[in-house]
Design a protein around this ligand. Structure first.
Ligand code: C2O
Length: 553
C-alpha cells in the first residue's frame, strides 16, 4: 500500500479527523429526542481537504448501535476497505469499537459528503466533505464572495434502526418523515419550529456559492430561492458548464454547487425545499422546509418572500429541464469503445405473502410483501463483509451469477416480468457481477413500471461515470441519443421516471463496489447489486491487504 501511494501525485497533505458516534439530545417539532450523530453535531462535522490529500478519520462508536461511515463520491482508489457500506466492504463498527478510515482524494475536488451506511442511521449521521482545488488553482468562475453549505435532510422522531426493522417486518411501505430539514432545521412551516430556521445573511450585490447536498433518506427534493436564479457550476464534485435555472432537484446522494447573486430588493427571501415524488399513490411529507436568504439591511423580523419557484411534487419536466442543462465543463474522457455491455432493470416488486399473520406482515400492495430489484433480483445482504469473503476466498456467502441483462425482455415500463397478473415477484440472492480490470463498461439502467414507475437515484460506489444518455420509455438502441462529448460525470444518476439512463466508466479500481438506489427504503427492499472489479497487474492495479483494525461481524 505504502509503495503504491508513493507513486501518486505528490504535494497532498494529510488531514486527520476524529469521529465519535454519539447520541445527542435535540429539541425539535415540540419534542426532545436522542439522535445518533458524529461528535454530537447535527449535521455532522465538515471534513475539509484539498485535491490529492490523504484523509484519515478515526471512528469510535460510543452508541449502542452498529455504525459505519461511507465517503459518498470518493473514488477510493486502491482503498476499497475504507469505502464504508456495512456488510459490503466491512463489518459494522460495534458499540465500543474503533475503526480508522484512510483514503486519498486522487484527482478529486468539489462538494461531496459522508454518511452512515448501516441500517437507516444516515437519516441523522451525515455531513459535508469539501475538497478545495490545489493551492493556486482557481475555480473556473468568478470567485464567490462567500461559500455556504446547504444540506437537505429528513428528520424522524423515531429510532431509525427500529424503524427499518418495523418496515421490513410489515412488508409494506415506510412511514413519512416528520419534517424536511435545511442544515438540520425544519423551518417555520412546522410546529414549534418558528425559530428553528437556518439563515444566510447576504450583502446586496454579492455573489454566493451554495454547496447543496442531498442527504435525504426516502425522498427526492426540489430546492429554490424566492426571486433568485441559481447557476449550477458543479455536480457531484465535477465542474459543469454554467447553467441558470429557477430551481434544482436533488435526490439523495446528489450534490450541486450553485452561484446566487443577491441582486434583488433588500429583504428576506425564502430558501425552500419541497418534495419530488414521481411514484404513483405514494404518501410523503408535503410540508415545505424553509430557510432564509436575508439581505443586510432587511428589518430583522420582515416577512419572508415566499418561494413561488418551487415546482409541484410531481413536476417531472422540471427535473428533466435541469438534467438537460448538465454538461461537463470540459470535453470528457468518455470511453468510445465498450468491452462490457450491461443492462439492468430497476424497479419495485410485490412478493406473495408467506406469513401466517398477513395483517401484520403483508401490508404491501394487494396484500403482498414489498420488494425492489435489479434485473428482477432482490439483493440479500450477507452477514459477513463481501469484500472480506471475496478477498479471503471464503465460500458460501455470495454468487457470481448476477445477469448482465434481464432474463426476460418485456415492456418494462408498462408490463410485468411474470405472466401471472398478480405475481410481480423477484428472486432473492447475494448475486454479484464480476468485471475484468480495465474494462470499458456501458450500463443501461431501465426503470420498470412493475408496481409504479419512479425516478430512482442510482449510486455507484468507487466510481464516477459519464451519463451519456437518458430518455423516457423503454431503452431503444436505434433511437437513443448519446452525448459522447461533454456528458456530466456523476456518482449518482436519477434515472428518469418510466425511462432509462446510459452510463459509461472504465473499471480501473479493484474491489467490491456497491451499486444501489439511494432511496433507503428501496435499498432495504433489495434494489442493489455488488460489482466485483478484479485486480489488474502490478501494485497500482491491485487491492492492498486490509487494514489491521478491520471490524469483525
Ligand atoms: Cu451514499 Cu451506498 O451510499
Amino acid at each position: 500500500m505504502v509503495q503504491a501511494i508513493a507513486q501518486w501525485p505528490k504535494g497532498g497533505s494529510t488531514r486527520f479527523y476524529e469521529f465519535k458516534v454519539q447520541m445527542l439530545q435535540v429539541k425539535k417539532l415540540c419534542n426532545t429526542r436522542s439522535i445518533v450523530t458524529i461528535n454530537q453535531m447535527y449535521p455532522g462535522p465538515v471534513v475539509y481537504a484539498q485535491e490529492d490529500d490523504r484523509v484519515i478519520v478515526k471512528l469510535t462508536n460510543e452508541t449502542p448501535y452498529n455504525a459505519t461511515i461511507h465517503w459518498h463520491g470518493v473514488r477510493q482508489i486502491l482503498s476499497c476497505w475504507s469505502d464504508g457500506p456495512s456488510y459490503i466492504t466491512q463489518c459494522p463498527v460495534q458499540s465500543g469499537q474503533t475503526f480508522t478510515y484512510e483514503f486519498t482524494l486522487v484527482k478529486q475536488k468539489g462538494t461531496l459528503f459522508w454518511h452512515a451506511h448501516f441500517s437507516w442511521l444516515r437519516a441523522s449521521v451525515y455531513g459535508a466533505l469539501i475538497i478545495y482545488p490545489k493551492k493556486g488553482v482557481p475555480y473556473p468562475f468568478k470567485y464567490p464572495y462567500e461559500e455556504h453549505t446547504i444540506i437537505l435532510g429528513e428528520y424522524w422522531q423515531q429510532d431509525l434502526v427500529q424503524l427499518e426493522r418495523n418496515v421490513m417486518a410489515s412488508g409494506g411501505g415506510a412511514p413519512i418523515a416528520d419534517a424536511y430539514t435545511i442544515n438540520g432545521h425544519p423551518g417555520p412551516n412546522y410546529n414549534c419550529s418558528a425559530n428553528d430556521v437556518y439563515m444566510i445573511n447576504v450583502v446586496p450585490g454579492k455573489t454566493y456559492m451554495l454547496r447543496l447536498i442531498g442527504a435525504l433518506l426516502n425522498m427526492e427534493s426540489f430546492f429554490s430561492i424566492a426571486n433568485h436564479k441559481l447557476t449550477i457550476v458543479e455536480a457531484d464534485g465535477e465542474y459543469t458548464k454554467p447553467f441558470a435555472t429557477d430551481r434544482v432537484m436533488l435526490g439523495p446522494g446528489q450534490t450541486l454547487n450553485v452561484l446566487v447573486t443577491a441582486d434583488q430588493k433588500i429583504g428576506r427571501y425564502s430558501m425552500a425545499m419541497g418534495p419530488y415524488m414521481s411514484a404513483q399513490n405514494a404518501s410523503f411529507q408535503n410540508i415545505t422546509s424553509i430557510a432564509y436568504f436575508q439581505y443586510l439591511g432587511a428589518t430583522p423580523n420582515s416577512v419572508a418572500i415566499p418561494a413561488s419557484l418551487l415546482p409541484r411534487f410531481n413536476d417531472n419536466l422540471a427535473v428533466k429541464t435541469v438534467m438537460d442543462g448538465l454538461k461537463s465543463l470540459e470535453i470528457g474522457q468518455v470511453p468510445k469503445e465498450i468491452d462490457m455491455n450491461l443492462f439492468f432493470t430497476i424497479g419495485l416488486n410485490v412478493n406473495k405473502c408467506g406469513s401466517k399473520t398477513p395483517s401484520q406482515n403483508c401490508q404491501g400492495v394487494n396484500g403482498g410483501v414489498m420488494a425492489a430489484s435489479m434485473n428482477n433480483n432482490s439483493f440479500v445482504r450477507p452477514n459477513i463483509s463481501l469484500l472480506q469473503a471475496y478477498y479471503n476466498h471464503i465460500n458460501g456467502h455470495f454468487t457470481e451469477d448476477f445477469p448482465g441483462s434481464p432474463l426476460k425482455f418485456y415492456d418494462f415500463v408498462n408490463g410485468a416480468p411474470n405472466s401471472a397478473p398478480n405475481n410481480t415477484g423477484s428472486t432473492n440472492g447475494t448475486r454479484t457481477k464480476v468485471i475484468e480490470y480495465g474494462s470499458r463498461v456501458q450500463l443501461i439502467l431501465q426503470d420498470t413500471g412493475t408496481v409504479t414507475t419512479e425516478n430512482h437515484p442510482i449510486h455507484l460506489h468507487g466510481y464516477s461515470f459519464y451519463v451519456v444518455g437518458y430518455g423516457s420509455g423503454n431503452y431503444n438502441p436505434q433511437t437513443a441519443n448519446f452525448n459522447l462529448m461533454d456528458p456530466p460525470y456523476m456518482n449518482t444518476i436519477g434515472v428518469p421516471v418510466g425511462g432509462w439512463a446510459a452510463i459509461r466508466f472504465v473499471a480501473d479500481n479493484p474491489g467490491v463496489w456497491f451499486m444501489h438506489c439511494h432511496l433507503e427504503i428501496h435499498l432495504t427492499w433489495g434494489l442493489s447489486v455488488a460489482l466485483i472489479v478484479k485486480n489488474g497487474q502490478g501494485p497500482l492495479e491491485t487491492l492492498p491487504h486490509p487494514p489491521a483494525d478491520m471490524p469483525r461481524c
